[in-house]
Design a protein around this ligand. Structure first.
Ligand code: MN
Length: 231
């Protein structure tokens, strides 16, 4: 096969305890999956969550013990952090039942759904898509993926984000409106999931702005962590 130009390389993410790399296929995100965050975004807290996407090459993989870098993006003056559990899919499927969803999980990571909040607010007001506010270049920093077999107690783990050492977001994964298995079941009704797909599962309350020079430390108990500097 002759290509007109070299095909872009597949984005990859380091794996905890291994030299293997996880190849990223697509990035799905869940909106308003924690009641308290739904309320801070102007919702009722009780509505059903929903999905949006980021391109696969939005990932900023950050290896363990390293500091990732994200340049402050163009076209915004209100860049927000959203700390989230990321589920990495290892086995594809469509219409996956809740009780079988765990069989499709390859691993877990902590990620940041970075958001141009000012553009998102405009899009909401005008009924326009969120692509430029959510799916921009480098909008998905992510720590190493922990294989599911090595993860304990994902349902109740604490999730936390500090900015320059000050706690901004702090919650527990059991506060999600849809839990991980329910997200996989629901998402696979809309899309045939593929190995390499990532799902950002939504953020708890406490989202806020960051500026150039800030250092973000995201952590999920028993899963992993991620350090990111905005440059
Ligand atoms: Mn989010």
């Amino acid at each position: 096969m002759e290509l007109t130009f070299a095909a872009p390389s597949t984005p990859v993410i380091p794996v905890t305890g291994s030299t293997a790399l996880f190849p990223v296929h697509r990035i799905y995100c869940v909106g308003r999956n924690y009641a308290e965050h739904s309320i801070e975004m102007g919702g009722t807290g009780r509505e059903a969550p929903f999905f949006f996407m980021k391109p696969a090459d939005a990932v900023v993989p950050v290896a363990a013990g390293e500091v990732g870098h994200m340049p402050y993006p163009t076209k915004t003056s209100n860049l927000h952090h959203e700390v989230e559990l990321v589920v990495a899919i290892g086995k594809g499927g469509a219409a996956i039942p809740v009780e079988k969803a765990h069989q499709h999980i390859w691993g877990y990571a902590v990620g940041l759904d970075m958001t141009r909040r000012d553009l998102q607010a405009q899009s909401k007001q005008q009924g326009r898509p969120w692509c430029t506010s959510k799916g921009f270049d480098l909008s998905a920093p992510i720590g190493p993926i922990l294989p599911a077999a090595a993860a304990s107690d994902v349902e109740t783990a604490a999730i936390r984000l500090t900015v320059n050492g000050v706690v901004r977001q702090e919650s527990q994964l059991n506060k999600m409106t849809w839990n991980v298995n329910e997200i996989i079941a629901e998402l696979s009704q809309f899309y045939t999931l593929q190995p390499g797909d990532l799902i950002f599962t939504g953020t708890p309350e406490g989202v806020g702005a960051v500026v150039a020079g800030d250092t973000l430390e995201a952590n999920i108990e028993g899963i992993g962590q991620l350090t990111l500097k905005i440059t």
